[in-house]
Design a protein around this ligand. Structure first.
Ligand code: FAD
Length: 511
C-alpha cells in the first residue's frame, strides 16, 4: 500500500479522500460522505459549524466566536444542553485551582497526572492527560469567567454534594490502589446548585455566553453526513432541519460535538457489549452516535469504542461499604470503598455483569431501596450461600478470611480504608443483587473519534482530515474504562471543546 501510494504520487490522505468521494458518487443515497461537487447551492453558510449543544459544543462555539469566526451551532433535539445539562456538572480540576486554594487544599499538577494516568485503564492518552492537568486550573478560571457559579464550601462525603457545596472527592483517589499512586486531593468542582442540577447551572451559563457572543443557534437540526471537497477537505454538512434535508457550508471548519452513542442500541451491542445489559442508558436522547458515524463516514478512525461508564452506585449510605462485594464464585474482586464507577466497571467488564453485596446487622441498605434488589436473607452466611447458589463452602471461606484480617484492621486483598473495614458482625445477613441488568446500573459510552490535542480528527493512517474537529463524547478523550472520577467527562468535553473551536476558527489554541 505504501509503495502504491508513493508511486502514484498521491498521499494516503488524498487516496482516502478519493475513495470517500468515489463512494459518495457511486452510492449517493446511502454513502457516508457526500461530494461537494454535487451541491448546486448551499442552504446556509458559516465560518465554523458546531454540531451539538452540550458542554463540548457550547465551549467550542464560544472560543470559535471569540476567535472572530461566524459560528452556527446546531442541535438535533428541541432543547439545548445535551447530557451535560442532565449531569451533575462536576468538572475534575486540580493542581491548585482557585477554589482548592481558597479551601486550603494542597494539590499539584504532578499528583493529578499520576492519579489520572495511573488509576484507570492501561495505556491511557498521556499527552491529553498531561495537557489537561497542566491547564485544568486555568480552565476552572475560564468556567468561572463564563458565569458558572461555585460556592466556597467543601463536602466531606463520597457522593455528589446536595447542599450547595462545590468541592469534593469525586473519584477513587482515597481508595486502594489509587491512594498509593498520588497524594489524594478533592478535585470534583461542582456548580453550586441544589440536588443533581449542577449540569443545568453549568450549561445555563455557557449557553447564555454563546448567545451573548452572537453565535447562531438552531434547534431541531440534525447532522446526517459530511460533505467533502475533491481535495479531501470537509467543507459542509447535510442536515435535516425540521424533517427537511438541507446543506450547510462551513468555510473554516466543522466541530462534531454530538455526544456518545448509548441510545443507539445497535451500536452499543456491536461496539460496547459490556454496556448493553446495563439497566439504564445514561444520557440524553440525542446520544445516537451520529457525530461518530459522520466522522467514520469520511474515513476517521474511532478509538476505545468498547469503553464506557458503568456505575453501580452503592452509596449513600456509606455504612454499606463495611459489607463485602462478591462475584458468582463468592470471591471478593474489588475494594468495596472505591468510586462507584470503578466498582461498576469491575462488575460489568470483569464479572460478566454479576455481583452481590453482603451486609450484616450494622450496615444494611435502608429498608426501602429500589436500586438494589434484596435477594437473600438469613441468620448465617451459609443461609445466604445456599439461597444464592454459590459453590459449596466458598462464601463461608471468603467471609472467614475477610473477618480474620479485618479483626486486625487489615485487608490484605484490597486494603479497604480504616473506618469502613470491620468484620461482618452478625445476623441478619442480607445479599443485595448488584448485577447490571437487575440493579440500578447506568451506563454511557466513552469511545469516539481519534483526535489530537486541538480536536483535529485523524484517519486510520494517523493523518488529519482537513476541516474536521471533534470533542466531548464524540471523540476518544480523557475518560476511559474504568472511569475513575466524576468530572473527567465534562472537564474533557469543555476543555478540549474550547481547543477544537479555536482550531476550527483557524486561530490555534486558547492560552
Ligand atoms: C445523569 C448524568 C449525570 C452525569 N454527571 C456527570 C458529571 O457530574 N460530570 C461528568 O464529567 N460527567 C457526567 N456525566 C456524563 C456527562 O454528562 C457526559 O459524558 C458529557 O456531558 C458529554 O458532553 P458532550 O458535550 O460530549 O455531549 P452532550 O452534552 O450530550 O451534547 C451533545 C449534543 O449533541 C446533540 N446531537 C447529537 N447528534 C446530533 C446531530 N447529528 N446533529 C446535531 N446535534 C446532535 C445531542 O442531542 C446533544 O444535545 C453525567 C451523565 C448523566 C446522564
Amino acid at each position: 500500500m505504501k509503495q502504491a501510494t508513493e508511486k502514484s504520487g498521491l498521499s494516503r490522505r488524498q487516496l482516502l479522500a478519493g475513495f470517500g468521494a468515489a463512494a459518495a458518487t457511486t452510492f449517493a443515497a446511502d454513502a457516508g460522505a457526500l461530494p461537494a461537487a454535487g451541491i448546486a447551492s448551499w442552504d446556509m453558510t458559516a465560518d465554523v459549524l458546531v454540531a451539538g449543544s452540550g458542554g463540548a459544543g457550547a465551549s467550542a462555539a464560544i472560543e470559535a466566536r471569540q476567535a472572530g469566526a461566524e459560528v452556527l451551532l446546531i442541535e438535533s433535539l428541541p432543547r439545548f444542553g445535551g447530557s451535560t445539562a442532565m449531569s451533575a456538572g462536576v468538572v475534575y480540576a486540580g493542581g491548585g485551582t482557585a477554589l482548592q486554594k481558597k479551601l486550603g487544599i494542597e494539590d499539584t499538577v504532578g499528583d493529578m497526572f499520576s492519579f489520572i494516568s495511573g488509576a484507570g485503564g492501561r495505556h491511557p492518552p498521556l499527552e491529553k492527560i498531561r495537557l489537561y492537568c497542566e491547564h485544568s486550573s486555568a480552565h476552572f478560571d475560564w468556567l468561572v469567567a463564563q458565569g458558572v457559579p461555585y460556592s466556597e464550601q467543601l463536602y466531606s462525603g463520597m457522593t455528589v454534594p446536595m447542599q450547595g457545596e462545590s468541592l469534593y472527592f469525586s473519584g477513587c483517589e482515597q481508595a486502594w490502589p489509587a491512594r498509593e499512586l498520588a497524594r489524594p486531593a478533592p478535585r470534583g468542582h461542582i456548580p453550586v446548585a441544589r440536588g443533581m442540577t449542577g449540569g443545568r447551572a453549568l450549561m445555563a451559563a455557557l449557553l447564555a455566553r454563546v448567545e451573548e457572543l452572537g453565535v447562531k443557534l438552531q434547534a431541531n437540526v440534525s447532522g446526517q453526513r459530511l460533505i467533502v471537497a475533491s481535495d479531501g477537505r470537509v467543507v459542509g454538512m447535510q442536515v435535516t432541519a425540521d424533517g427537511v434535508q438541507r446543506t450547510i457550508r462551513a468555510r473554516r471548519g466543522i466541530v462534531l460535538a454530538s455526544g456518545g452513542f448509548i441510545h443507539n442500541r445497535d451500536m452499543v451491542r456491536d461496539y460496547a457489549p459490556e454496556l448493553f445489559d446495563c439497566s439504564v442508558p445514561w444520557g440524553n436522547a440525542g446520544d445516537q452516535g451520529m457525530g461518530i458515524n459522520m466522522g467514520i463516514g469520511v474515513g476517521a478512525a474511532a478509538l476505545r469504542m468498547h469503553q464506557g461508564f458503568a456505575i453501580v452506585p452503592l452509596y449513600p449510605p456509606e455504612a454499606v461499604l463495611s459489607g463485602i462485594v462478591v462475584n458468582a464464585s463468592a470471591q471478593r474482586f474489588v475494594a468495596e470503598d472505591t468510586y462507584y464507577g470503578v466498582l461498576g466497571d469491575a462488575i460489568a467488564y470483569h464479572q460478566q455483569g454479576r455481583a452481590w453485596l453482603l451486609t450484616d446487622q450494622g450496615g444494611h441498605m435502608p429498608a426501602q431501596v429500589d436500586n438494589f434488589p434484596l435477594v437473600a436473607e438469613g441468620n448465617t452466611i451459609g443461609d445466604l450461600a445456599e439461597q444464592l447458589g454459590f459453590p459449596k463452602g466458598a462464601l463461608q471461606n471468603t467471609v472467614a478470611y475477610y473477618n480474620r484480617h479485618a479483626d486486625n484492621g487489615e485487608d490484605p486483598l484490597f486494603h479497604k480504608r480504616p473506618g469502613m473495614l470491620r468484620p461482618l458482625q452478625g445476623p441478619p445477613y442480607r445479599a443485595w443483587d448488584l448485577s447490571v441488568d437487575k440493579a440500578f446500573a447506568p451506563a454511557h459510552t466513552f469511545g469516539g473519534l481519534h483526535t489530537g490535542l486541538d480536536g483535529e480528527v485523524f484517519n486510520s493512517f494517523g493523518q488529519t482530515i482537513p476541516g474536521l474537529y471533534a470533542a466531548g463524547r464524540t471523540s476518544a478523550g480523557l475518560p476511559g474504562a474504568p472511569y475513575i472520577a466524576s468530572g473527567l467527562s465534562v472537564g474533557d468535553a469543555t476543555f478540549f471543546g474550547r481547543r477544537a473551536g479555536r482550531a476550527a476558527a483557524g486561530k490555534g489554541t486558547p492560552p
